[in-house]
Design a protein. Structure first.
Length: 255
């Protein structure tokens, strides 16, 4: 029903393949969310759509709660327990990043984060990393997310090094050889290769990733990277000055 409506409403030709993900719950009581992907054989484009539970209404874009406190809702919905982190739990500012390891913008954001943002604020900033692989448009993002969370479970101290190495080698990783290349990257980052291989093959960390994705959906995350700085939202990889502004404001509010 959704595919038929999208094709007719937006006059999408039959030569373009339309697929959708399963409908998932959101923070909005009356709406579910799905991701619709258009594939013309040359490129893919994904778009989140909200669908009313009675299947009568569809919303293209984002839903905003005019009567609520978006910042408070974000803080309430984001779980900080047993997550890959950088920086002390006592830091006055927490930056939560939902990202995709195959996403070029995320790679740029990570470089900016490590070279400018973390170095500027030191122990005043805690970064919490959430996996949000865009599985409809990226063929090895989910495998990379599984490997990253395996690294976290094997040795949390190696997580950021592994993540950095994946981003640096992003252009050379392919879907066909992703497992082997991720194992090679893991070895260079100092991760136990036998444990990492067993973990990737068993997909034992998949539930952690699915929990991150459900959480992101509930928060309205539809693109990567999406960041929450003490509940304030910042999407994409803007100049570091944009992060400085929100972090400074959050530090001021925390006093």
């Amino acid at each position: 029903k959704i595919i038929k409506f999208v094709r007719e409403r937006f006059s999408i030709p039959a030569t373009v393949k339309i697929t959708i993900t399963d409908l998932r719950d959101t923070v909005y009581p009356d709406f579910l969310v799905t991701s619709v992907t258009l594939d013309d054989g040359k490129a893919q484009r994904a778009q989140p759509l909200f669908v009313s539970k009675n299947m009568r209404y569809m919303v293209e874009g984002s839903i905003f709660n005019l009567g609520g406190d978006a910042r408070a809702d974000a803080i309430r919905l984001i779980s900080l327990k047993d997550q890959a982190t950088q920086g002390p739990a006592s830091a006055p500012v927490t930056l939560v990043e939902y990202s995709d390891l195959e996403c070029p913008v995320c790679a740029h954001m990570h470089e900016e984060l490590e070279s400018e943002i973390v170095s500027k604020y030191g122990d005043k900033l805690r970064v919490v990393f959430k996996e949000f692989p865009l599985v409809t448009i990226h063929d090895w993002a989910l495998t990379a997310a599984i490997a990253a969370q395996c690294t976290y479970e094997i040795d949390p101290a190696k997580y950021v090094d592994f993540r950095s190495a994946v981003y640096k080698n992003q252009a050379t990783i392919t879907g066909e050889h992703a497992r082997d290349m991720l194992l090679h990257i893991g070895a260079e980052a100092g991760v136990d290769n036998m444990k990492l291989a067993a973990c990737i093959d068993s997909k034992s960390t998949l539930p952690r990733i699915e929990a991150n994705m459900r959480e992101g959906d509930a928060l309205g995350v539809s693109q990567t990277p999406t960041n929450f700085i003490n509940g304030r939202t910042l999407i994409g990889a803007p100049p570091a000055a944009s992060f400085f502004k929100l972090i400074d404001e959050a530090m001021h509010d925390s006093k």
